[in-house]
Design a protein. Structure first.
Lengths: 312, 187
């Protein structure tokens, strides 16, 4: 099996990683604004929408509610951004990484599970019925998407015989994992979209419950929560690159450039999907997750394991 | 040095947030202070270079607390769990037992003559720990794992008051099934 060739950079580069994540967030937000405006027939004016929204939210006064659990509310609404930052620490940018953890794949899993806590806490903290219902809608989605997501992460790890993200990326020099484990890749993308409460998984923020989890969120808290959703989408896309899309492998360009190109491309697709897929009802999706996704991804894992044993 | 300081800070966080489970007056705060306590322990395990076990501890415990939030609403009838409530019952006896156990354990920690380290830690500590715990019993442990999973499923099946006859009718021919909560696959 190929060995990891990544070098760990000093902790100061974490700022650079955060800046790259920030740029990806801005890219995703502008793209989403553009798609929104095009749907509404407003031309390219949507590009500045994220900027205006940011300015509006920074100036907005915080809304307070009666008997709010402020501590947990703030922890929840800022948590998604924290998760995204923690995820990108183990994603190698070409040959550099911030945190060359030997169990990086499990690290991603531990961080994505935090969404269960943070989204629900955001819904809980406001002491508002609608936002609590939104929190429970997210947990219902979580019960359906989490196990398939976990088993989707198993496939690349088994194929590379390693839980280290750099080693998994290096194992795809000949053939990208997405080619022979497409089911795991699709389920992984579903999981990323779900932890970002994006696209089909927006019933937790649904307009039928007055915005769900975000009902009472205002000002900076709302900005950080919404920014955190884009950041999770970007971090998930970035993590898919070493796991399924060959890491830094590619012709002509250096490794770090390929990682950024692939991340941006996948991120753009995920942003675009928001308007292409219907919202999935948590109660109906529960059965889809357990009856369709979980068996499908288990069969995928079995095939990958058989191939891995046959190769050695 | 930094490792030692972080270890002690995390130890204090783990103990205090564990104690906070009983001080706070809301189920959400109690659940998540327990989660924080376990996260601190997980990071401590990371500091002991048991990376896999440390990260998995964080993963399991956060998820467990979120699942607890689900059950809090499912099984607590009129939802007292959503209102401020005391986290302790039977205070006097519980306090006596807790203090007794704490004193016994602390006395054990302080009085037992701990052996000095012999030899060096293994190359892969997680694998070495698994080998030490399971040894040649690995096959038996794997079997026990499957048996436990089957037991859980069987327990749920036995506890559910609806059977397949309620779903598919007496001749098991009714399609789609008659469910109080329809699913997305339309079975």
């Amino acid at each position: 099996m190929p060995d990891s060739t990544v070098t760990t950079v000093s902790a100061g580069w974490a700022l650079a990683a955060a800046a790259i994540l920030g740029l990806l967030v801005a890219f995703a937000a502008v793209l989403d604004g553009l798609f929104s405006a095009r749907t509404a027939g407003a031309g390219p004016s949507g590009m500045t929408r994220p900027l205006g929204e940011t300015a509006r939210l920074v100036r907005q006064r915080r809304r307070t509610t009666v008997a709010a659990d402020t501590l947990l509310w703030r922890i929840g609404s800022s948590g998604l951004l924290f998760m995204a930052l923690m995820i990108v620490t183990v994603v190698p940018l070409g040959q550099w990484t911030l945190f060359d953890l030997d169990v990086g794949v499990v690290w991603f899993n531990a961080m994505d599970v935090l969404a269960w806590a943070f989204v629900w806490l955001t819904g809980w903290g406001a002491n508002s019925t609608h936002s609590l219902i939104g929190g429970y809608r997210f947990l219902a989605h979580g019960l359906a998407y989490e196990l398939p997501l976990m088993f989707a992460l198993v496939a690349p790890a088994v194929a590379a015989s390693s839980l280290n993200v750099g080693t998994v990326a290096a194992a795809q020099a000949d053939l990208w994992f997405v080619v022979w484990m497409p089911v795991a890749f699709l389920v992984f993308c579903t999981g990323v979209v779900a932890i970002a409460v994006w696209g089909p998984f927006t019933p937790a923020l649904g307009s039928d419950i007055a915005g769900g989890v975000t009902t009472e969120l205002s000002g900076v808290d709302r900005l950080v929560f919404q920014g955190g959703r884009y950041a999770l989408l970007a971090a998930g896309a970035a993590f898919a690159v070493p796991m399924f899309l060959g890491g830094g492998n590619g012709p002509l360009l250096p490794g770090w450039a390929w990682v950024l190109v692939k991340t941006s491309a996948l991120l753009a697709v995920l942003v675009w999907l928001r308007r292409r897929l219907p919202a999935v009802r948590p109660d109906l999706f529960m059965e889809v997750g357990w009856v369709v996704l979980l068996p499908a991804v288990l069969v995928q894992d079995l095939l990958v394991a058989v191939v891995a044993v046959w190769r050695t | 040095m930094i490792t030692a300081i972080s270890f002690w800070v995390l130890a204090v966080v783990a103990v205090l947030s564990g104690a906070a489970v009983f001080w706070v007056n809301s189920m959400a705060r109690a659940s998540y202070s327990l989660a924080l306590s376990f996260i601190a322990v997980g990071v401590q395990v990371l500091l002991l270079q048991q990376n896999y076990i440390g990260v998995v501890t964080i993963l399991m415990m956060v998820m467990e607390m979120a699942v607890m939030a689900v059950y809090m609403v499912m099984f607590m009838g009129m939802n007292p769990a959503l209102m401020p409530m005391s986290m302790v019952h039977d205070k006097r006896q519980a306090l006596a037992v807790a203090v007794g156990v704490f004193v016994a354990l602390t006395a054990g920690v302080l009085l037992v003559p701990w052996p000095a380290r012999r030899g060096a830690p293994a190359e892969d500590v997680t694998a070495a720990l698994g080998e030490e715990l399971m040894g040649p019993k690995m096959l038996a442990m794997i079997t026990v794992g499957v048996v436990m999973a089957v037991t859980i499923v069987a327990g749920v099946v036995l506890a559910a008051h609806r059977t397949r006859y309620d779903r598919f009718g007496d001749d098991l021919r009714r399609r789609p099934a008659h469910d109080p909560q329809p699913g997305g696959v339309g079975r």
